[in-house]
Design a protein around this ligand. Structure first.
Ligand code: URA
Length: 251
C-alpha cells in the first residue's frame, strides 16, 4: 500500500519567546504558584543574567533565568519520545498515568504536557509527548495520514482474506459511520502480524481484529511516522533532537 508522501519543506517552530513576568513564567513552568514566587525571590534563589532578582512583576527573558543555581527547566516548548510500558494510561488524572514517569514539576506546567494521540493501557510502544499544540496537531491531523505501525499477537490464526479486507478500506467498526482507512497487513507468523494504519480511532486495532473474528493478545506500536524506539527501554523517554522536531508541510 502506498502512503501519501509529504512535500519536503521542513519548518522549525520558533523557540524564542518575548519577555514575560517572572511570577507568570515560574508558575506556568510548574515551580510554584504565582504568590509563592515572591518567597523564592525573597530567599534569593532566583537570578536573571547572573543578578539576583527581587521583583515578581519584572519582565524577564526565560533563557536568562536561573533558580537554585540552575537554568530553568525547559522554558520553551519541548518534545519527547517515550516508550510507553504496559499498564500505564494516557490520562492525566489517574494513579497509573504515564505522566508519573516524568519529573513531578512537569505535571504543573501550562500549557500541559500531552501525548500525541493515545495508547491503551495494555498497549506498549512509541508515544510522542509535547506541550506545543501546533506540533501535536501536525502529528495527529487526519489530513496528514501519519503511518502508525503495530506489532500484534492474535489469539487465532489469521483469516485468509484478512489482508484484502484491511487493504480495501471497507471495514466498518461498531458504532462508526465511516469505514476504516485502508491498512497494510504483513504476516510474520500464523498468529503474529505487523499492521500499518494511517489514522488513530479509539481501540482501533483491537476493534479491527474483533471485526475479523479474532482477538488481540498483545499490541505494541513500533513506529509513529518516522519515530522509532530503537533501544529506548520501556518507561523511559528522551528528548527529540532539533532535526527530529522539524515538521513537513503537505499541500
Ligand atoms: N489500537 C488499539 O486498539 N489500541 C491502541 O492503543 C492503539 C491502537
Amino acid at each position: 500500500m502506498a502512503f501519501r508522501q509529504p512535500v519536503r519543506q521542513a519548518k522549525l517552530r520558533p523557540m524564542q519567546k518575548s519577555a514575560e513576568r517572572m511570577d507568570h513564567l515560574l508558575s506556568r513552568l510548574g515551580y510554584c504558584s504565582r504568590s509563592e514566587v515572591r518567597d523564592l525571590l525573597r530567599e534569593g534563589r532566583v537570578r536573571v543574567a547572573g543578578e539576583l532578582l527581587r521583583k515578581a512583576s519584572a519582565k524577564v527573558n526565560a533563557a536568562e533565568v536561573w533558580v537554585d543555581e540552575e537554568p530553568i527547566d525547559h522554558p520553551h516548548a519541548f518534545y519527547l519520545l517515550y516508550h510507553k510500558p504496559l499498564g500505564k494510561v494516557c490520562a492525566h488524572d489517574d494513579p497509573r498515568a504515564i505522566y508519573q514517569d516524568f519529573p513531578l514539576r512537569w505535571r504543573y506546567r501550562r500549557p500541559a504536557l500531552s501525548s500525541v494521540g493515545r495508547l491503551d493501557r495494555e498497549t506498549s510502544g512509541v508515544l510522542l509527548l509535547t506541550d506545543d499544540g501546533d506540533w501535536l496537531h501536525h502529528w495527529t491531523s487526519p489530513r496528514r495520514a501519519i503511518p502508525r505501525v503495530y506489532r500484534v499477537t492474535l489469539q487465532e490464526p489469521l483469516r485468509s482474506d484478512a489482508a484484502d479486507i484491511l487493504a480495501a478500506g471497507t471495514l466498518m467498526l461498531d458504532g462508526e459511520d465511516t469505514p476504516c482507512r485502508p491498512a497494510a497487513l504483513h504476516c510474520l507468523t500464523e498468529r503474529e502480524v505487523r499492521l500499518t494504519l494511517t489514522e488513530g480511532r479509539y481501540h482501533e486495532v483491537r476493534r479491527m481484529f474483533a471485526a475479523l473474528d479474532n482477538l488481540v493478545l498483545t499490541l505494541h506500536r513500533e513506529a509513529y511516522g518516522p519515530f522509532l524506539l530503537d533501544d529506548l527501554p520501556a518507561g523511559q523517554w528522551r528528548e527529540l533532537t532539533v532535526a527530529e522536531r522539524m515538521t513537513e508541510e503537505i499541500p
